[in-house]
Structures are given as C-alpha cells and as structure tokens.
Design a binder for this molecule. Structure first.
Ligand SMILES: [Mg+2]
Length: 394
C-alpha cells in the first residue's frame, strides 16, 4: 500500500470565529483553515481518498496530522480489512483522531469503490434522497456582518441556521440574525461559553423566547458535574445537545444523563467507522443524534452525509463556508443534501475539481495531480457563484 498525504489550505468565504476565539471581549476570526488529505493506493491499483480537519479546540493541527501519518506503515493498512487496519492505527499512538479520520475515510472509499458501491450502501445504511437537510452556521462577528451572512444564506435557500453564541454581543447578534431571517429555524451553539448552570439557564430561557429555536448545543464546559448538568437539563425549556461532551460511543451513557441529544464529528471519533458506532450508541440510549463538521472540503462533508440515515439533525456545511473546495462530492441544494447527481457513484462519491482558481498565495507541498494550492482571496465572494459552486444552486 502507498500513502500520500498533503496539506491544503481551505479559504474561508467569511472570517470564522466561535466562542473559543473570543479573548478579553475581542473576536479573532480565521480566514484560512489548513486540512490534510490522505490517499491510499494498493498493489492492485485500488485507491481511496480521505481528509482530516484538525482543530486547535482538540490540540490538533496540520502538523500533528502529518506527524502521525509519517509514523504509519502503510503496508499494515488494507482495503480488505478495515477493522484490522484501524486496530493497527490505534497501536501507533492514542488519540490523533483527525489523522486516523483521514485514513479511515480513505480505507472506506477504496473498499466501497472496490465493491462497486457507495459508502452508505457498503455500510448497509442506504440514503433517502430529498430528506436530509443541513443547517448553515453563522460564526461570531459584528451584528452587521452576521446579518449580511444570514441574508446570503436566506438568498441561497438555506432553511435552517446554526448561530454561534458566547461572544460579547450575543443579544445584538441574535436579533440581527433573526431580523435577516424571520422565518428560519435556528439552532444555537454556545461552544461551552456559559460558565455556570445559572448563567446557562438564563441564556437558554432568553433564546427560547424566540419561539423558533430547535435546540442549544453545549451550553456549559464538559467539566461540569453530572448534578449540574442534570439540574440544567431538568429546567431547560429547549433540548440540549452535547458536542464537546461527546467524543465517542464511550460517552453515550454519561451524555444520556446530561443531554437530550449528541453531536458526533469525525474530528472527534477518528472517522466514519467510529462515528457510526457513536451515532448507534447514542440512539440505543434514546438520545437524538446530530452529525456535525469542522471547516472541511467535500471529502469530509460527503463522508458525513453517508451516515445521514443514523441522524436526526445534520450540520454539514463546512464545504459551503469555503471558496476553494478541491473536490466535488455530495450536493447541497436549498439545504437538502443528496448523492443523486454526483459524478462518482461509488465510494465517498468524490472527484477532484478540474478547474480550481490558480491564484496561489500558499503552497506548502508539491501539489498532487497537478493541482494548485490556492486561495481565492476574495472576501466578498458571494455564497453562490459560478464554476464549481453551481452545485449549491437550486
Ligand atoms: Mg458544537
């Protein structure tokens, strides 16, 4: 087996910030988000592509992903034995989930392609077209900019918004988003910003007054005691979804006491195999299930969409938040995700974009297949534009 991996800098359409980017009342957003792609090719010529999206929230970076991938002996990986391959990766080092995620996706992409099936069929899950709606996330910014981002999302036909709270101007921000999207269902994500059960409850009660908020994600830090969480869950007028508190299937029992549902992400579980287990473990305990993402290309977003049948809520918008997606994959129209029109019907359903923008400001690795690592650098790029973003048109 051959393993190639490379860094790629995803360019954000708008500066991106969440509660953990707020320091001393100031918001520091990102404009570039490095991810790592991994490609496996075996001696029979079978191949698979994967992606890891490392987050500083979990003390990961493109460098920690590359370091782990550099330690992997690819001869220990096989498209015919994904379980054994993942067990080998566990033996290389604990944690390092974004790197394990990249390899797990590549293994499943290759295995499903070799079987002539899509990943969702390969896993026995199927996929119902026309039913799976993703939310679209509005990061923390000034009220004016959040209103403008919301107006773009509404114009693009995205029906469900996820609003990041935990900044210094939450009330103005919420009002700005609601003003720009009077009819949209809103999900709120505090990213652990509210420090006490009292503060969290006050904020949840305020948010609930809106009348069209579906749930609140991770109101407090995961370190709070079970009794604090039980107190909040009992009183909360809105369902509570655990994200930072839910790393993997092993947390399902604890989260069933603290939350009404959980948010699974491949950056936490280390890929599709463990993500599927985390969704199934949550459902067995009666929890609602959500599948979320980081800033990601269509490789990781497509991987998530293949598990849609195991979810109640999707938050797979990472590829809509960027301007230089190097892959085509699952398509999102009016917020509805589908595989019906993808060019590649097997595996993850992803194929390289042929005509990426060529303006290059960052080149960190020789580009594979003649691709150019590129940044459009256009902060004013509309949410929908010509070229490969036509896939988001209605
Ligand atoms: Mg979250």
């Amino acid at each position: 087996m051959k393993l190639r991996h490379w860094r790629y800098d995803l360019a954000l359409r708008h500066s991106w910030a969440i509660a953990t980017d707020v320091r001393e009342g100031a918001v520091t957003g990102k404009s570039v988000y490095p991810v790592v792609f991994a490609e496996l090719t075996d001696s029979q010529g079978r191949s698979g592509i994967g992606e890891g999206s490392p987050s500083s929230q979990y003390q990961e970076s493109h460098a920690t992903v590359a370091e782990f991938l550099g330690q992997v002996n690819p001869d220990r990986l096989s498209f015919d034995d994904i379980e054994g391959s993942m067990a080998y990766l566990e033996s290389v080092a604990p944690g390092r989930y974004p790197a394990k995620c990249a390899l797990n996706l590549a293994l499943l992409d290759g295995a499903a392609k070799a079987a002539g099936r899509s990943v969702h069929d390969y896993l026995g899950l199927g996929f119902s077209e026309g039913r799976h709606v993703t939310s679209f996330t509005i990061g923390i910014d000034s009220p004016e900019k959040m209103a403008a981002k919301t107006a773009e999302a509404v114009a693009a036909g995205l029906p469900v918004l996820k609003l990041k709270l935990g900044g210094p101007r939450d009330r103005e921000n919420f009002a700005a988003v609601r003003g720009a999207a009077p009819g949209a269902a809103i999900r709120v994500d505090a990213n652990a910003a509210w420090k006490t059960p009292d503060e969290a409850l006050r904020n949840i009660e305020w948010v609930a007054e809106d009348g069209n908020v579906q749930f609140v994600e991770q109101p407090m830090p995961p370190q709070h005691s079970e009794s604090d969480w039980a107190w909040l869950k009992e009183r909360s007028p809105l369902p509570l979804i655990g994200d930072e508190s839910y790393q993997s299937a092993a947390d399902a029992e604890a989260c069933a006491q603290r939350f009404h549902g959980v948010n699974v992400k491949f950056v936490k579980t280390g890929g599709i195999t463990a993500g599927k287990a985390a969704l199934e473990a949550a459902r067995r305990r009666g929890l609602k299930t959500m599948l979320g993402c980081m800033i990601e290309s269509s490789v990781l977003i497509s991987a998530g969409a293949h598990l849609a049948e195991l979810t109640d809520f999707l938050d797979l918008d990472g590829n809509i938040l960027i301007t230089n997606d190097p892959y085509d994959g699952v398509q999102t129209r009016n917020g509805i995700m589908g595989f019906a029109a993808v060019a590649t019907k097997t595996g993850l359903g992803c194929s390289p974009v042929a005509n990426l923008p060529t303006t290059s400001r960052t080149r960190t690795h020789p580009p594979p297949h003649g691709w150019v690592h590129s940044l459009s650098g256009n902060k004013n790029a509309p949410l929908l534009r010509a070229g490969h973003f036509a896939k988001f048109r209605t």
